[in-house]
Design a protein around this ligand. Sequence first.
Ligand code: WT7
Length: 556
Amino acid sequence: MSLSQLEIIEPVSGEHNLPNYPEVRRHFDWEDAKIGLSFNETGKLNIAYETIDRHVHDGHGDKTALHYVNGDERISYTFKEVKEKTDHYARVLKENGVVKGDRVFVFLPKTPECYIAILSVIKIGAIAGPLFEAFMEDAVRDRMNDCNASLLITDKDMVERVPKEDIPSLETILFAEDIEAETDGDTVEEYVEWMDPEDGMLIHYTSGSTGKPKGVLHAHRVVSHQYQSGKWVLDIKDDDVYWCTSHPGWVTGSVYGLFAPWLNRATIVIQGGRFKAEHWYKLIAELKVSIWYSAPTAFRMLLSQGDVLKDYDLSSLRHILSVGEPLNPEVIYWAWEELGVRIHDTWWMTETGAHLVVNLPGEKIKPGSMGRPFPGVEVGILDEAGEIVKRGTTGQLAVRTPWPGLMKEIWGNKDKFDSYFKYEGWYLSGDLAYQDEEDYVFFQSRDDDMINSSGERIGPFEVESKLIEHEAIQEAGVIGKPDKVRGEIVKAFIVLREGFEQSPELLQEIRVFVRNNLAAHVAPKEIEVMEELPKTTISGKILRRELKKWEIEKAG
Ligand code: WT7
């Protein structure tokens, strides 16, 4: 698409929860984001209470909280039912000895039980660790061991992928099926533990370019940021049906699949099963989804299916959002032409707890830009000395500290935590970007070797470590290779050990080895055998950047 075609898209008319961005941004104070939340009046805080129980106490218990769709299966719960279920799970957890601050992991498919389990853990003051449903043994083990998790809620299928004997801290495994079945002893008691704003509530493991995944800990104070961004960016109103396609094992799925929409009392959709264009469109038509939050790869996959969308009535859609990877203008124009709705790109990270740079429904969109700073957020594009660069110049994307959503710590890793704050007063994202005269931020690339495939953050080190565990591999370097649909795909360069010959069977075996031990989405789609890998002369570290440059040049 040529630049002349990059036309600004003006907002569609209608009432938006944030009608005047420039004005609000001038006067906004984070204290304002607490208004409407219960702890602002009572002084008692628990994000799980604010997310569900508050609505029941305010007289909205009969409103539908969720629709679950999986194939032909349909389940709906009201807010009252979700509250009662979280109380029930909370009682069972307490009976199993869970106390404030314990790490309790949740390893379940995208079902109502997954959402309810996460909330119940937080309700009793423990820290919830949601795991992506496709993780294999090593991925589960590394995360639970890192923060000494004591209890796991899973189901009787997925437990097959939990290497119990390798997780010494794990005392108890509970099956969601059993918790559901055992309703005897239920009382009308409330199980809410009141928390300090700085107490931890959620831990998400995420990859960087070095080392194993890091545990990003969020504190209860994140609530006001998630609530306010749900109101303004998701633009939730009382009659909306809201669907976020991400699993709660990823931060998009927890923050904007569970917390932000429910803090705003939205009816949410939980969809089980895999991606299929027909199923997605059918779901939107059947449930009359009005707000839809997904990722560029998914939109590109839908776009490539062409006219399939003409078979469905998608007129309920009024607001679409995107996150996780660069949203190419072509996709925005597609949605605008085919659906008459703009796609609003948003930028944030696991570490940031909620949105930082956003496109708002009441503001113009410049395709190619992630939007402008959320009210209360100050963005800085910095040079190597930590100084702000001229507008239009690419630099390090940084954000003025603090803000309510900012992570509390990296579990057990103060050095890693400190590395985000090497310039006084700034959080350093690791992304490169520029900002134009009107404050719009344009993503350029990552500043490190992190891979972004389909919006999923993949650490090359984790994949390389797994690869060299294979008997045939002596060395491995892993990069993200540019891909039209997925943004990047995982590509591995390997050097074989003596006595091993390259063959399609061997490469397939290596791929399966990574998939079966770590997770399918991190398994290299391409493997290339090399005589040797480029390395730094002094430390002998593999130069991933060289591999990437080489790969891109080769592709022309
Ligand atoms: C990284 C964070 C929390 C959102 C889901 C991903 C990339 C995120 C965008 C965007 C271009 C984006 C960045 C960022 N990213 N949003 N709108 N355009 N890139 O969270 O797994 O913590 O990854 O995703 O590189 O640093 P995450």
